[in-house]
Design a protein around this ligand. Structure first.
Ligand code: FDA
Length: 300
């Protein structure tokens, strides 16, 4: 419900145009978002790389239904790839396909993806496609499949909570790929998803194990400590192509502990004007964050 609220344009305008509300929510968002500009993401990225983390960078946005805005998002991602290659920060660039055209036309998203992948390949940078609501899964996988057959520097995110995911993983098993496995952030119908539960955690571990066995490069993207411990206990990290990946601002204690113990950890950074949307996503996914947000605002 919070995500639907976040997408309401009247509320978005209210937040943008009410200075005090805007100021307070920005303070809460600062925990999760590096800033509004590319340079904010790059600065935090550099700091984390200096500390021994790998990083991903996302320019926040989704469900863009205006061609000009899709073009603008693709231009921003082009600039990000360029700046990353100049700065020497070895980062992965992440985005939603619906930010660059999927909500309008699959072909538009595919064409933007191919152009970005060509440029990123020249710069030695990986692109990573996020996974969105289940209504878009088939389209996202089909665009990914087409583009990845030309550009091996494109990776894809799979959601353990969707019942279809083991089949989706099997379908991309033919060639070693870059995969990020997440539990899933969206509220989905019960007939196609598994809610947060032991069954979901078991499914998550099964998918990670299958992906590693199939020779994929796997990012284990979770903050769930028992799952992380299980991965360590099973020795899956001894594989050079497996890493942990966590969202900026979430469980920094855990990522720092893993890094200090010598495990490969990637931090997922975001930047952009749509920080309000991203803040709502993080609160919706973990409601106690609402209290953190209030504390961040009160302590300002
Ligand atoms: P779970 O939600 O079960 O939480 C386990 C524990 O982790 C909690 O008890 C708490 O301690 C901590 N925790 C989890 N979320 C927290 C939060 N927001 N704030 C504070 N603590 C929190 N989803 C998606 O649908 N499509 C995508 O493309 C991506 N991409 C993505 C990239 C990366 C790098 C990560 C880490 C995550 C995503 N996600 C995502 C989000 C993912 O699906 C999931 O919603 C979150 O990771 C939270 O789930 P956990 O696996 O952490 O476990």
């Amino acid at each position: 419900a919070l995500k639907s609220i976040a997408r309401r344009s009247d509320l978005k305008s209210y937040v943008e145009q009410t200075p005090e509300m805007n100021r307070l929510l920005r303070l809460a968002a600062a925990r999760y978002v590096t800033g509004e500009d590319r340079k904010d993401g790059l600065a935090v990225g550099q700091e984390l790389v200096n500390k021994g983390y790998a990083v991903s960078l996302e320019y926040i946005g989704e469900n863009t239904t205006d061609v000009t805005e899709c073009e603008a998002a693709a231009i921003e991602l082009t600039a990000l790839i360029h700046d990353l290659s100049q700065s020497g920060i070895s980062a992965r660039v992440s985005f939603d396909l619906s930010h660059i055209g999927l909500s309008l036309d699959k072909e538009l998203a595919c064409s933007h993806l191919m152009t970005l992948a060509e440029q990123a390949m020249g710069a030695g940078i990986e692109l990573f496609i996020s996974m969105e609501e289940s209504s878009k899964t088939a389209d996202i996988l089909s665009v990914y499949g087409r583009a990845a057959s030309f550009y091996p520097n494109i990776g894809i995110t799979l959601q353990a909570h969707l019942t279809r995911t083991p089949q989706d993983l099997a379908a991309i098993a033919s060639s070693p790929s870059r995969l990020r496995i997440v539990k899933g952030a969206y509220q989905e119908p019960t007939d196609c998803s598994i809610p947060r539960s032991t069954a979901l955690n078991d499914r998550y571990l099964e998918l990670v194990e299958s992906a590693i066995r199939q020779g994929h490069r796997v990012s284990i993207a979770t903050h769930d400590e028992p799952i992380i411990q299980e991965v360590l206990d099973r020795g899956w990290l001894s594989d050079a192509d497996v890493e942990f990946e966590m969202l900026y601002g979430i469980r920094p204690d855990l990522s720092s502990r893993l890094r200090s113990a010598g495990h490969p950890v990637r931090i997922y950074l975001t930047y952009g004007h749509q920080w309000y949307l991203y803040l709502c996503h993080r609160i919706a996914e973990y409601p106690p964050n609402l209290f953190r947000a209030v504390i961040d605002m009160v302590n300002s």
